[in-house]
Design a protein around this ligand. Structure first.
Ligand code: GDP
Ligand code: IMO
Ligand code: MG
Length: 432
């Protein structure tokens, strides 16, 4: 079977899209299982750079089914823009399917996300302002609108009658924002219905039942990362969905037995966009150097990404809470000119010297923790052209072996540059 889930094992932007695109060649179906257009996924293929937000990173191949599944939230305007951009590049979207149970980000979700972050928030999260938190809150609160509602006037009317008076009250009285008329929202929903219409996956039950019976290969693409997971991340500095591998089971509706391998994508260092604790962060010239060489700027918001040394404590944590079976290590090439490379192996409490070998989940005490580092000699060579493990310099091999020892699982893929070709595949999870 080899069905694989690609999971971000840090705070996002680990290179999930590059690995998804790479593995997608052996997949029949690629499923984005959570998140929304807060994601920014970069694929470099055929000398072109593609930036995906909602559409699965397997879309560049012909004859693959690419599903934006029920666990996602979709801002229709963002989807429209993304579709238009891909069509302008002559990318065939025949395989694109949007699940009727995916949730829709409505205009009030964007309003509320924007203003909560700017004005009302005491604890600023630094969200992407794409309405993610408010959309998922409404889904869980049972105030959500799903794709299928757009095609059922009765359902939509009944939901809006329930939702709008409350939303308008909140918009006006809590946030001092403008209200929405039901008529305007119904017109907007008609526009949304047209955006989705060619792609709605109405026959998902028949299609996926047959696909499973025929042993079609499925690749699940995560967005964000384990440390941004709503249940397992650095709460409340997280996103509002489940990027962990388990999220693929719920978000796709295919259950745990449809997934065999869980590949954790880890950068050779760590980055984070937005607020929240980051124990191995480097607020100095080394951090700046990583940011510059690694081009660490957000795909969705353009914000600079905070950078720090690889953190083996969170890597071990990601293995546990996501059931990772192997690692795809990306961006080791960023260290090509470094004399010294550090790995955070534990944390120390500055107040009492207590050592933490496992991740302490109370993020409010992270300010008292400092990283304990292990130092490694750099390889001082260009590894971006290596396509075989044996071509890597000895110090790079030593560093990779040490990472495996610390994390406790094997590296299956080493990425040494943004292009498809700049990859060393040690064991292809889709072929296990
Ligand atoms: P994602 O959100 O996890 O898909 O990652 P992003 O696309 O947000 O950020 C990863 C960035 O690193 C993109 O610009 C990729 O093109 C780039 N990238 C991926 N793998 C490598 C690698 O091994 N080396 C280098 N130098 N860049 C990489
Ligand atoms: P990909 O899929 C990195 C971060 C935001 C913020 C927090 C909550 O490209 O790895 P949200 O808008 O989701 O409510 O913001 O999560 N965040 C990401 N950081 N990569 C992403 O996606 C992210 N999506 C959200 O910066 O800290
Ligand atoms: Mg990204």
């Amino acid at each position: 079977m080899g069905n694989t889930v690609v999971v971000g094992a840090q705070w996002g932007d680990e290179g999930k899209a590059k690995i998804t695109d790479l593995l997608a060649i052996d997949a029949d179906i690629i499923i984005r299982y959570q998140g929304g257009c807060n994601a920014g996924h970069t694929v470099v293929a055929n000398n072109k750079t593609f930036k995906f937000h909602l559409i699965p990173s397997g879309i560049l191949y012909k004859n693959k089914t690419c599903i934006i599944s029920a666990g996602t939230v979709i801002y229709p305007e963002a989807l429209k823009k993304e579709i238009a951009g891909l069509l302008a590049e002559n990318i065939n979207l025949d395989g694109l399917k949007i699940h009727p149970l995916a949730s829709i980000t409505m205009p009030w979700h964007i309003d509320i996300d924007g203003i909560s972050e700017d004005k009302t928030a005491k604890t600023k999260i630094g969200t992407t302002k794409k309405g993610i938190g408010p959309t998922y809150s409404d889904k869980i609160g049972r105030y959500g609108i799903k794709v299928e509602d757009l095609y059922d006037k009765e359902a939509l009317n009944s939901k809006l009658d329930n939702i709008l008076p409350l939303k308008n009250k909140i918009l006006k009285e809590v946030y001092g924002l403008k209200e929405y008329s039901k008529n305007d929202i119904l017109n907007l929903c008609n526009e949304y219905a047209e955006i989705f219409r060619p792609y709605v996956f109405w026959n998902w039950q028949e299609a996926l039942t047959t696909a499973l019976q025929d042993n079609k290969k499925i690749l699940f693409e995560g967005a964000q990362g384990v440390m941004l997971d709503i249940d397992w991340g650095t709460y409340p500095f997280v996103t509002s969905s489940n990027p962990i591998a388990g999220g693929a089971a719920t978000g796709s509706g295919l259950g745990i037995n449809a997934i065999k391998e869980a590949v954790g994508i880890m950068k050779a260092y760590v980055t984070r966009v937005g607020e929240g604790p980051f124990i191995s962060e480097l607020e100095n010239d080394i951090g700046k150097k990583i940011q510059t060489i690694g081009a660490e700027f957000g795909v969705t918001t353009g914000r600079p990404r905070r950078c720090g040394w690889f953190d083996a404590v969170i890597a071990k944590y990601a293995v546990l809470v996501s059931g990772l079976t192997s690692i795809a290590l990306t961006k080791a090439d960023v260290f090509d000119t470094f004399d010294e490379i550090k790995i955070c192996i534990a944390y120390k409490d500055k107040r009492n010297g207590k050592i933490y070998n496992h991740y302490p989940t109370n993020v409010y005490m992270h300010k008292y923790l400092e990283p304990i580092y292990e130092s490694h000699k750099g390889w001082k060579e260009d590894i971006s052209k290596c396509t075989k493990y044996d071509e890597l310099p000895l110090n790079a091999k030593k560093y990779l072996t040490r990472l495996e020892e610390l994390i406790g699982i094997k590296i299956s893929i080493i990425s040494v540059g943004p292009n498809r070709e700049q990859t060393i595949i040690l064991k292809n999870p889709m072929k296990i």
